[in-house]
Write a protein that binds this ligand. Sequence first.
Ligand SMILES: Cc1cc2nc3c(=O)[nH]c(=O)nc-3n(C[C@H](O)[C@H](O)[C@H](O)COP(=O)(O)O)c2cc1C
Length: 170
Amino acid sequence: MSVLIIAGSSRSASVNRKLQQRICEVAEADGRACYAYPAAELDAPIYNGDDEQENGVPSNIQKLASAINDATKVVIVTPEYNGSIPPLLKNAIDWTTRLEQNPWVGKTVLLAGASPGRLGAMRAMTHLMVIMGAVQSWVAPLFLSCPQASDDTIAQFDGEQIKNFLKQGD
Ligand SMILES: Cc1cc2nc3c(=O)[nH]c(=O)nc-3n(C[C@H](O)[C@H](O)[C@H](O)COP(=O)(O)O)c2cc1C
């Protein structure tokens, strides 16, 4: 049973990366093997069919697909940009679906998100739910939202709530 946790921000002070770490800590304390995927490794050229024909799928995206294949479930921690998900994340997901074997098919996917605002990335998670359904993953119904995200609110995020969230799809 292994949990891959992907955060959709490579910003050094990212609250979503902090939430990724917090989820990982709780998962490990709960006896789950956990891998916090390095956000910088999601970075790829904006998808373009000519580029794909010439160069194929970027090697870091192939590595990401292997990590998804190896995981029992995947948690995606998304920032919210203008009510939706950031391009770093959307582009990485789009590239993974260009591989011969789409790694998302049948995969259990859990959605989380943090934002300094009051909605805690709920609108981004709602969009992500539709996208992850389109790539044929199974999206768990309970989202983990962290509003007013800061070092303190993330550190104090209820561990029991995270544990219950992670149980989905067991
Ligand atoms: C282009 C852009 C659009 C944003 N739109 C929203 C938004 O719709 N809702 C929201 O709660 N925060 C929004 N924010 C603020 C982000 O939630 C905030 O910058 C957050 O810290 C980004 O996540 P990160 O810290 O993990 O990088 C936006 C930020 C940017 C740069």
